[in-house]
Design a protein around this ligand. Structure first.
Ligand SMILES: [Fe+2]
Length: 327
């Protein structure tokens, strides 16, 4: 049965953390750049001290509005506390407005800033506990196999216990969830249906007893976030797309068959070993009729260029820190 996701009047998302900055490239009308936002928040003179910083990771501040109600989700938190702490005040983020934090999957570059995100939200709201939505499979330590066959461990993400000690209210589930007035839907696990999206070869996780590494190419703890916008359709936030961005969009379309897909934003993971599936991915992305594509984080420049060539500059606006998209 189709989830009863609310139809909101609009959604806006601010790129709080991403791999890149791009303060100068022109953008279509529905996107604003970092510098006007810095000026609104007090920058009187252009300076290095006022600039945000980029780092390998992603954090999107997503606000959905219906009438005079607005609900806000912080979708991922970037790789470390510093980036979130530096960029938030410069971009004028009101962490008191953050209703909850949704973690996309258990990787450092999305979860490393969780302690700062919890602290900022609680400090801004006089210690009201902030909801943090996780999947139970996120907390096993991960590693990747390098070309030399060396195993490079990935820093463990903050545990539910650590988050609760900071004051978070941790909600752990592997199921789809409607949250915050049903303005947002968290997908649950993403079915793998395309033949060419094979996950992350060489990705490992700790065995249950902690004694060894075991293959974990599918990263099944990954979820995406959706909002349904009046007159437009479903907007999908996918942070790293280890499931494959086409699998993500197929699951979104299958979950909401009565509403067209409108936009997709986040990391499409078409870099490194996945560069070889750029042609199939771009071709299949064309079947969804998307009006807005905001590739960022792990998408990679080759895929970003291929997307712009295929769908044009009015549809594809690469993500960068400080950009705000209003849909
Ligand atoms: Fe990532």
């Amino acid at each position: 049965m189709e989830p009863s996701l609310a139809v909101v009047d609009s959604v806006e998302f601010l790129v709080l953390v991403d791999n890149s900055l791009d303060s100068l490239s022109s953008v279509p009308k529905h996107v604003t750049l970092e510098w006007p936002r810095l000026m609104r928040n007090g920058m009187k003179e252009l300076s290095g001290e006022w600039q945000c910083c980029a780092n390998h990771g992603l954090s999107l501040l997503v606000t959905a509005r219906l009438g005079d109600i607005s609900r806000t989700v912080l979708f991922d938190t970037g790789p470390e506390n510093y980036v979130l702490e530096r960029n938030s005040p410069r971009l004028g983020v009101d962490h008191a407005a953050v209703d909850g934090i949704v973690l996309s999957h258990g990787h450092w570059d999305h979860a490393g800033g969780l302690p700062a995100a919890v602290r900022l939200a609680m400090a801004a709201s006089r210690n009201r506990p902030v909801d943090v939505f996780v999947h139970p499979g996120m907390f096993r330590q991960r590693a990747m196999t390098l070309a030399s066959d060396t195993i490079l461990p990935i820093k463990a993400i903050p545990s539910p216990q650590e988050l609760e000690e900071l004051g978070a209210n941790v909600i752990s589930s592997d199921r789809p969830q409607l949250i915050f007035n049903d303005f947002f839907w968290i997908s649950g696990e993403i079915p793998r249906v395309t033949g060419y999206e094979k996950g992350f070869p060489g990705h490992l996780r700790r065995s249950e007893d902690g004694s060894s590494w075991e293959p974990d190419p599918l990263i099944m703890d990954e979820r995406f976030l959706t909002v349904k916008v009046r007159n437009n359709g479903i907007v999908i936030f996918t942070a790293c797309s280890h499931a494959g961005v086409v699998n993500v969009l197929r699951h979104a379309r299958g979950s909401f068959p009565s509403t067209p897909l409108y936009g997709v934003a986040g990391g499409f993971h078409l870099s490194a070993g996945n560069e070889k599936i750029i042609p199939e991915t771009v071709e299949d992305l064309g079947t969804f009729g998307l009006s807005v594509i905001a590739p960022g984080h792990c998408t990679g420049w080759r895929a970003t260029n291929a997307l712009v060539r295929a769908f044009g500059e009015n549809v594809v606006t690469p993500s960068a820190v400080g950009k705000t998209y209003s849909l």
